[in-house]
Design a protein around this ligand. Structure first.
Ligand code: HEM
Ligand code: MG
Length: 331
């Protein structure tokens, strides 16, 4: 059975993570990289298997060790993503595209297609990746990065900070409403979209620097080159999405929703959890997203799904959400 996730790091202090034991190595043919600059970097430095195929435990350990991501947040992110995009039987997930390296697929409609999979964790309005509608939802996109640069110059005196994060997120949403006929921003992607906006401030700034201002060359090092800057120290103390309130405060009237019939036809989706409804997010995720991929699992697959769903629920408990557990496959 899948082993339980690790707890928090015993020592959460800032420390050198771009160390001699974790050199950058370029990709080899077949190695997977995807939409997440942090996981890409961790794989390129050997905190994750360098081929980009990892277990949930390896990913929780890597994001804690390499970036000091808070334990319950890491667990929720990892198990929700793994349940959709990973292989429950082999316990492997690709941080990029679908690959045979994750083993034999469970029966359809399960996809086991890696983090590039659209509309669960990956979704529209990414800062440096295009919307799936435009063809490539996972590769670094220079045009998008130049927008991040432009907003950092306009609102951050040339650095990326929470103020820039808010302005750029607002722009990205308006931009997708106006240009992506298939634009959607509902749970669960809704949650990652807003959290990711502050992640570069929270995790990509060297741990010895408390200014809250991310240098744009450092940003490029992570987003494009998948590399820790020289001598990079992880942040001091674990954290998750602190600062996100600065982003949501700029858009008090924003509601999860989608373009219903082409560009500029945005309507709210009342069935989506909002950012302040973590339990609606959890219950809908299990009963809709997971259940639709695995309507009638049996045997080893069913047992693995139940255990991973248990780990997911325990992450909501650790986060203090107070949700009622749901059991789509029995207790
Ligand atoms: C995207 C950072 C952990 C999965 C992103 C983005 C950032 C980021 C900044 C946005 C990229 C963009 O908008 O261009 C981080 C940091 C992490 C972390 C700093 C840990 C400290 C994780 C974990 C998972 C994950 C644990 C899941 C196992 C993803 C996915 C996306 C993403 C699927 C694509 C979402 C999208 O932009 O459409 N991450 N991440 N990340 N991350 Fe991570
Ligand atoms: Mg995206």
């Amino acid at each position: 059975p899948p082993p339980p996730p690790p707890g928090p790091l015993a020592d959460q202090s800032a420390k050198l993570v771009h160390d001699a034991a974790h050199p950058y190595e370029p990709l080899k043919p077949g190695d997977q990289r995807g939409p997440c600059p942090a996981l890409n970097t961790l794989a390129s430095h050997g905190y994750l298997p360098r081929n980009g195929i990892a277990t949930p435990v390896q990913i929780v350990n890597a994001v804690q060790e390499g970036f000091n991501l808070e334990n319950s947040f890491a667990r929720f992110l990892v198990y929700s993503t793994f349940l959709v995009n990973g292989n429950p039987v082999t316990n492997l997930m690709s941080i990029g595209d679908k690959t045979s390296l994750t083993g034999q697929d469970p029966p359809k409609p399960a996809t086991v297609a890696g983090l590039d999979t659209h509309n669960n964790c990956e979704g529209d309005t990414s800062m440096t990746r295009a919307d799936a509608y435009f063809g490539d939802n996972h590769s670094f996109n220079e045009t998008r990065f130049q927008n991040l640069v432009k907003f950092s110059k306009k609102y951050g005196a040339g650095k990326y900070n929470y103020t820039v994060a808010a302005q750029y997120r607002k722009f990205l949403i308006e931009d997708s409403i106006q240009n992506n006929p298939q634009f959607t921003l509902v749970s669960p992607r809704l949650f990652t979209a807003f959290a990711e906006s502050v992640f570069p401030v929270n995790f990509f700034i060297d741990g010895r620097d408390t200014s809250g201002q991310l240098d744009l060359d450092v940003a490029r090092s992570f987003f494009q080159n998948m590399t820790f800057p020289p001598n990079f120290h992880r942040r001091n103390g674990s954290v998750s999405n602190v600062g996100q309130d600065v982003v949501t405060d700029l858009m008090p009237n924003f509601r999860p929703g989608y373009n219903a019939h082409g560009v500029n036809s945005y309507v709210p989706d009342p069935t989506s959890a909002t950012l302040t409804e973590p339990c609606v997010r959890y219950v809908n995720f299990v009963n809709r997203n997971i259940k639709s991929l695995y309507p009638n699992p049996t045997g080893v697959l069913k047992e693995a799904l139940k255990i991973n769903l248990q780990y997911l629920y325990e992450a909501t408990v650790a986060a203090g959400d107070g949700c009622t557990q749901v059991f789509p496959y029995g207790k």
